[in-house]
Ligand binder design. Structure first.
Ligand SMILES: Cc1cc2nc3c(=O)[nH]c(=O)nc-3n(C[C@H](O)[C@H](O)[C@H](O)COP(=O)(O)OP(=O)(O)OC[C@H]3O[C@@H](n4cnc5c(N)ncnc54)[C@H](O)[C@@H]3O)c2cc1C
Length: 395
C-alpha cells in the first residue's frame, strides 16, 4: 500500500478482493453507485485465497432443487455479464457426474439426487452406463459405475472473470486498494479500521473476506459457524493425442479408509510453458484432522498423503496422464450444510462467506445481492437458504 492515499469516507467499503468482493464492486458500478472503496489485504484473487485459478465448474445438476433454481438464475446473469464483457467468461462443454450411486448426499450432491431434480425441473441430461462412459471419454470407470452428462454445464473462466470485474470497477472510478489489511469493522457505526491505523467512515460495509471473515466478525459475536478446509488440486500434463477428449467430470465414490472418494477434473483449458496440454484435477474432501476453525491455522503445504491419493486416482482412472506439474492447497470456507452465508449482519454491515467449493458459479448473483444490500435494497430472489439465521451456521 506504499504511497496510497486512504479516503476518510466512502459510500461503500468492501473488505476482500476475491470473487465476492469484486463481483459486488462490479455490480455497484453497473448500478451507478460511485464512491466505492475495496480493501484487499494482499492482491486481488491471490494464490492463498479461494478464488485463485483459471477455472471453476458451473452446473445446474444439483440434488437440492433450491440451488438448482439459483444456479439457473446465476446462468441468466452470467449471460448478461458475458454480453457486457464481450468475452467468453464460461466455456460450455458439459459435465459428467459418474461413479457409485448410494443413498446419501455428499458435499456435491449425488447422482440419483441430481437426476431427480433435473427430471423435475426439465434440465436436459444424458444417462450413461460404464461402457458408454469408457467409449466416449478417456476414463476407466468400474463396471458398476453409471453417469449423468449435463451438456449445458461447463467451466467458468474464473481468472478472466476476476480481470473483467476488476476493469469494470476501476472504470467506474472505484478505488481497489491492495496490500491494505483491515484490522476491525464496526457493524453499527460502519467504520473500518486498517492495520495501518487509519479509519474510513462508510455508509455501508461489505465483508467478503472468505475464510478470514471470521476474524473481523468474531469480536462482535457475529461470526457464523464455519470450518476451514484445505483443498488439494493440481495440474497434470496429458498425451497430446487425447487432449481434446477429456471431459469435465466429477467422480462419486463412498469413503473408504482415508480415501474420501470424491475427485474431479477439467478438460484441457491451458498448456504448460513448453506447450504441453494439461488438465486440472482435485479432491473434494478434507480429512477431519485437517479441518480447522481458525483461518490462519490451515495447512499451507499440500499434505503428502492427499497428493498420493490424487495421483493414484488420476493414474489409475484417467487415461493419458503424464505427470503432475503444479500442486496447490486452497481454502474452502465450509458450513455444515455446505451452503453460504449472504446476509445483512447489522444496520451498516453485510457479509458473504462460506463459499465452500460451490460459490463461483453463483458469482453474479452473489455480487448483485451484496450490492443491493449495500444500497438498502433486498436481493431480487429469495436467498433464505443463505441466511445467517439458519441452524447450520448459528453459533
Ligand atoms: C479448490 C477450490 C475449488 C473450487 N471449485 C469450485 C467450482 O468448481 N465451482 C464453484 O462454483 N465454486 C468453486 N469453488 C468455490 C469458490 O471458488 C469460492 O467459494 C470463492 O472463490 C470464494 O470467494 P471469496 O471472495 O468469498 O473468498 P476469497 O477468494 O478467499 O477472497 C477473500 C479475500 O479477502 C481478503 N482478506 C481477508 N482478510 C482481509 C482483511 N482483514 N482485510 C482485507 N482483505 C482481507 C483475502 O486476502 C482474500 O483475497 C472452489 C473453491 C476452491 C478453493
Amino acid at each position: 500500500m506504499t504511497n496510497v492515499s486512504i479516503p476518510s469516507r466512502a459510500a461503500v467499503v468492501i473488505v476482500g478482493g476475491g470473487m465476492a468482493g469484486l463481483s459486488c464492486a462490479a455490480s455497484l458500478a453497473q448500478q451507478g453507485v460511485s464512491d466505492v472503496v475495496l480493501l484487499e489485504a494482499k492482491t486481488l484473487a491471490h494464490a492463498g485465497a479461494s478464488s485463485f485459478g483459471e477455472s471453476r465448474m458451473f452446473r445446474e445438476m444439483y440434488s437440492d432443487p433450491v440451488l438448482c433454481r439459483l444456479a439457473q438464475e446465476a446462468n441468466r446473469l452470467w449471460r448478461i455479464e458475458e454480453q457486457r464483457s464481450g468475452e467468453v467468461l464460461r466455456q460450455t462443454h458439459g459435465l459428467l457426474f459418474y461413479g457409485e450411486s448410494w443413498d446419501e448426499e455428499t458435499i456435491e450432491g449425488s447422482i440419483p439426487g441430481a437426476r431427480r431434480v433435473m427430471d423435475d425441473q426439465g434440465i436436459p441430461y444424458e444417462a450413461l452406463d460404464a461402457t458408454q462412459i469408457a467409449e466416449r471419454f478417456p476414463l476407466r470407470p468400474r463396471p458398476d459405475f453409471s453417469g449423468l452428462f449435463e451438456p449445458t454445464a461447463g467451466a467458468v473462466r474464473s481468472d478472466r472473470v476476476i480481470a473483467h470485474w476488476t476493469r469494470t470497477a476501476r472504470a467506474a472510478g472505484h478505488r481497489l486498494i491492495e496490500h491494505c489489511p483491515v484490522k476491525a469493522v464496526d457493524p453499527r457505526a460502519g467504520s473500518v479500521t486498517l492495520e495501518s491505523g487509519e479509519t474510513i467512515e462508510a455508509a455501508q460495509v461489505v465483508v467478503a473476506c472468505g475464510i478470514w471473515s471470521q476474524l473481523l466478525l468474531a469480536p462482535h459475536g457475529l461470526a457464523p459457524k464455519l470450518e476451514v478446509w484445505p483443498m488439494l488440486w493440481a495440474h497434470y500434463t496429458v498425451d497430446s493425442d487425447q487432449a481434446d477428449r477429456y471431459p469435465q467430470w466429477f467422480c462419486f465414490q463412498q469413503e473408504r479408509g482415508d480415501d474420501g472418494g470424491l475427485y474431479y477434473g477439467f478438460p484441457v483449458l491451458s498448456r504448460t510453458e513448453d506447450g504441453r496440454p494439461k488438465i486440472k484435477a482435485g479432491i473434494d474432501w478434507a480429512p477431519k484432522d485437517l479441518r480447522v476453525d481458525a483461518p490462519n491455522a490451515m495447512a499451507k503445504e499440500p499434505p503428502a498423503r492427499l497428493v498420493e491419493l490424487l495421483d493414484h486416482f488420476l493414474f489409475n482412472n484417467v487415461s493419458g496422464i503424464q505427470e503432475r506439474v503444479e500442486t496447490v492447497i486452497s481454502p474452502y470456507s465450509m458450513a455444515s450444510d455446505v451452503n453460504f452465508v449472504l446476509d445483512r449482519m447489522g444496520p451498516r454491515l453485510s457479509l458473504f462467506s462460506g463459499g465452500s467449493g460451490q460459490a463461483f458459479k453463483f458469482a453474479p448473483l452473489i455480487g448483485s445481492s451484496l450490492a443491493r444490500l449495500a444500497i438498502g435494497a433486498t436481493p431480487t430472489v429469495d436467498l433464505s437458504c443463505w441466511s445467517r439465521d439458519r441452524d447450520a451456521v448459528r453459533v
